[in-house]
Design a protein around this ligand. Sequence first.
Ligand SMILES: NC(=O)c1ccc[n+]([C@@H]2O[C@H](COP(=O)([O-])OP(=O)(O)OC[C@H]3O[C@@H](n4cnc5c(N)ncnc54)[C@H](OP(=O)(O)O)[C@@H]3O)[C@@H](O)[C@H]2O)c1
Length: 261
Amino acid sequence: MPKKPVPHKKPNAPKPRHFPHVALRRMEDQVVLVTGGNRGIGLAIAHALAREGASVIITGRDEQALRHASDEITRSGGSVVSHLCDIRDEDSVDNLFTDIGRHFPQIDVLINNAGLAQPNAHIEKLSLENWRAALETNLTGAFLCTRAALPLMRRGSTIVNNVSIAATTAFAGMAAYSASKAGLLSFTNTLREEMRPRGIRVIAFTPGATNTDIWKQFWKEAPREKMMAAESVADALVSALCLPPNATVQDLVITPTGGAL
Ligand SMILES: NC(=O)c1ccc[n+]([C@@H]2O[C@H](COP(=O)([O-])OP(=O)(O)OC[C@H]3O[C@@H](n4cnc5c(N)ncnc54)[C@H](OP(=O)(O)O)[C@@H]3O)[C@@H](O)[C@H]2O)c1
């Protein structure tokens, strides 16, 4: 067996610093709702939080994808329930939260993740239907879910809104998506101020290019190898959620190391 190298010690080298113990928040017994948790970033977040011991509720419109996601999380030992919900539809959202209120005492973390993108179209070619779909899903949907969740949220809980760098950076052909995400960022900033006295943390979660199905909508040939994995993005969010109760991340921007695609 080769000899272990002896570490070279400088005679006057400073002692390593010992940081005081930071009491990270534990996710066990926390109830987490992830909208759009049946695939992509939402599913990766649901998996990551279930691994930390949270009770996870996932939603989406695609029943089969929802069942598949739920089975996957259960098989890996997580606690999950799934619920069909179209976040654009006020009745559907109200049904979801009435049902959650029947089964859970509170929601500890609401993750407004569900969202859509569309084929690129310059403004003169952009249909009113697509404009409305982007705003209704990415902005109004988050508003409806947040409003319905708040009566179930206590001091110390967290709301995360999945924004996008498109909220602050302009891309030609993406007016509807960008406007909806800029609106969501503004909504998030206002919500944070309203929630401060209630002790509810509000995080603007801003992933850069992440390898999910959403890219099929606006750039089919996008270089997937340059994108982040949904799991990396999810892990970054879990780290922010586990900060001690007296600390918060307001804007969590996570981008591929190589920068924009
Ligand atoms: N991927 C990226 O590069 C990236 C970067 C920044 C931000 N984001 C944001 O991340 C979020 C998740 O996107 P993703 O990349 O994971 O894409 P994805 O794989 O296409 O997932 C989108 C999710 O949203 C759900 N959804 C869409 N419309 C819905 C509606 N009306 N009601 C309920 N659920 C709905 C979908 O489920 P159903 O179809 O079953 O309803 C699905 O679970 C989006 O808000 C997106 O804008 C993505």
